[in-house]
Structures are given as structure tokens and as C-alpha cells.
Write a protein that binds this ligand. Structure first.
Ligand code: 3PG
Length: 278
């Protein structure tokens, strides 16, 4: 049916690859109701004369709040403690946790979400390191983060939180070699994209005790649930719910409407990512 529509609106689960785009004969605009456009072949769309736009601001607070929730939940064993109470067991000792206060947070990707995480983490008294090739030292300092290289960040941080977009060059940005640089007691939080982390390397490190824990909202091959990760008690998993709040979805809806209206009613390419120079 894709050939019948002038405008196509998708979230992250729908893959708009070159084959699908080649059938979208009437389409003028694809809107990604969210931020990441890694599920859309934006170059194939541009070649077909189809603009691709996103809603870059709408869900960043929700994504940042989920990352902070995951840090707190992992450090305080909230999920296990809750499960134990629901099984009518009062188990204080296994819920012995640690504070965020005074810990070093390594933020990979200091864009819109990374910066919101930085602001919130700073208010917990965490020390912030950030690695991002597109950000200046001053920009990082504006959210209390010290800009550094990825290797230094990995070897220094107590918690690693990923907020980079998935780009052709950064699949498995965190692989076996990178995990080997991290402290044994470190935690990894990924609410960005599953493909940024080598799942096999992460599962090996966690099962061999070379990493204390991980909280994951995103996965390679979504919505497939990785058996090995799911079997590890040191892993907290949610099903890509970073943007799944009432507020974020309302904002995303409004932004989509604005993008569609601007494009079709006013001829304005609001948030269009792929038509520069065309
Ligand atoms: C995004 O890129 O905006 C987030 O990953 C949320 O995606 P979703 O709205 O498709 O869940």
C-alpha cells in the first residue's frame, strides 16, 4: 500500500529501506516520529526526491529521565528488591547498593539527550566526562562535563551512558577492546541504539564478572530478546521505552503535525535532514 501515500510517518520499528522507498511512488515526505533516523535510508529517499524529517526535541527529556532511572535502579537493586517483596521475602542484605554521589559518569554522545542526562547527573553530585567528536570543550563545560577521548573516558568512568546516534561508522563502538578498558565495577547504560554495543562482548564480560552490570533499553535486532542477556541477573532490560511517556508522545505528535503542515501547506522543509543542496 505504500505507493498510495504522499506522506509516511514512522517510529523506529518500521524499516524504510531502499526497497520500500522505491515503492513509495507518490511520497514527498517521510516523517520519523522521534529522533533517530537509522531505520530510514535517507540517501535513497533523497535520490527518489523524498524529504525525510524528524522531531528532534520532543522526546529527549523522557530518554534522559529513563537513563537516570536506570542508573538509580541498577545501583539500588530496585528491580530485584521489588521482585523479592512480591514473593513475600524481606531481603535487605542483597539490596545493598551504592550512591551516584561522587561517582564518575562517562557520557558518550553529548547531544540533546546526553546534555539532559549531564544536567541531571550533575545535580546528583556526579563527576562528568564526555566524549563526542562534534562538541567543543566549552559546550561540554556548559553542562559541567569535561570533554575527553573515548579511551580515557572508558577507563575512568564508574557508569558509562551511551547517547550517540547510530551512524555508519559507529556500529559496535563499544566492543571487546573497549569493554576491556573499563573498571570491573563499572555499569553500562544504553538507551541510545543497540548496535552501538557488541552484544556478544557485553554478555561475555558480564558473565565473566569483568563488568558489574548493564541496563539496556535498546538492542541489536529489535524486537528480538537476546537469550544470554536475559539470563543474567546483572542486566536490567526494558523494551525500547525511552520515548514511551505521555508527554513525549504528545510532543512528538504535535511536532509531526507541524512538520507535515509546514511541508504541505507552506512549502517549508521543517526538520528536513536529507535535501541539502538538492
Ligand atoms: C528515538 O529515536 O526517538 C527513540 O529511539 C524513540 O523511538 P520510538 O519513538 O520509535 O520508540
Amino acid at each position: 500500500v505504500i505507493g498510495n501515500y504522499d506522506c509516511i510517518i514512522v517510529r523506529s520499528r518500521t524499516r524504510m529501506d531502499a526497497a520500500v522507498i522505491s515503492r513509495a511512488e507518490r511520497a514527498k515526505l517521510i516523517v520519523r516520529a522521534g529522533v533517530g533516523t537509522d531505520n530510514i535510508d535517507i540517501d535513497a529517499a533523497a535520490a527518489a526526491g523524498i524529504a525525510v524529517a524528524n522531531t528532534p526535541q520532543a522526546n529527549v527529556v523522557s530518554a534522559a529521565e529513563l537513563s537516570i532511572a536506570m542508573m538509580l535502579a541498577l545501583n539500588r537493586h530496585i528491580c530485584a528488591a521489588n521482585q523479592s517483596m512480591h514473593s513475600l521475602r524481606w531481603d535487605t542484605l542483597s539490596a545493598t547498593g551504592s550512591e551516584l554521589f561522587g561517582k564518575i559518569l562517562g557520557i558518550v554522545g553529548l547531544g540533546r539527550v546526553g546534555k539532559e542526562v549531564a544536567k541531571r547527573a550533575a545535580s546528583f553530585g556526579m563527576h562528568l566526562l564526555a566524549s563526542d567528536p562534534y562538541v567543543s570543550v566549552g559546550d561540554a563545560a556548559s553542562v559541567s562535563a569535561e570533554l575527553t577521548d573515548l579511551r580515557t573516558l572508558l577507563s575512568s568512568c564508574d557508569i558509562l551512558s551511551l547517547h550517540a546516534s547510530l551512524l555508519p561508522g559507529n556500529r559496535h563502538l563499544i566492543g571487546r577492546n573497549e569493554i576491556a578498558l573499563m573498571k570491573k565495577e563499572a555499569l553500562l547504560i544504553n538507551t541510545a541504539r543497540g548496535e552501538l554495543v557488541d552484544t556478544g562482548a557485553l554478555a561475555d564480560a558480564l558473565s565473566e564478572g569483568r563488568l558489574r552490570g548493564a541496563a539496556l533499553d535498546v538492542y541489536e535486532n529489535e524486537p528480538h530478546v537476546d537469550q544470554r542477556l536475559a539470563s543474567l541477573s546483572s542486566v536490567l532490560m526494558t523494551p525500547h521505552i525511552g520515548a514511551q511517556t505521555r508527554e513525549a508522545q504528545n510532543r512528538v505528535g504535535m511536532e509531526v503535525v507541524n512538520v507535515v503542515n509546514a511541508f504541505f501547506m507552506e512549502g517549508k522543509p521543517l526538520n528536513v535532514l536529507n535535501m541539502q543542496g538538492r
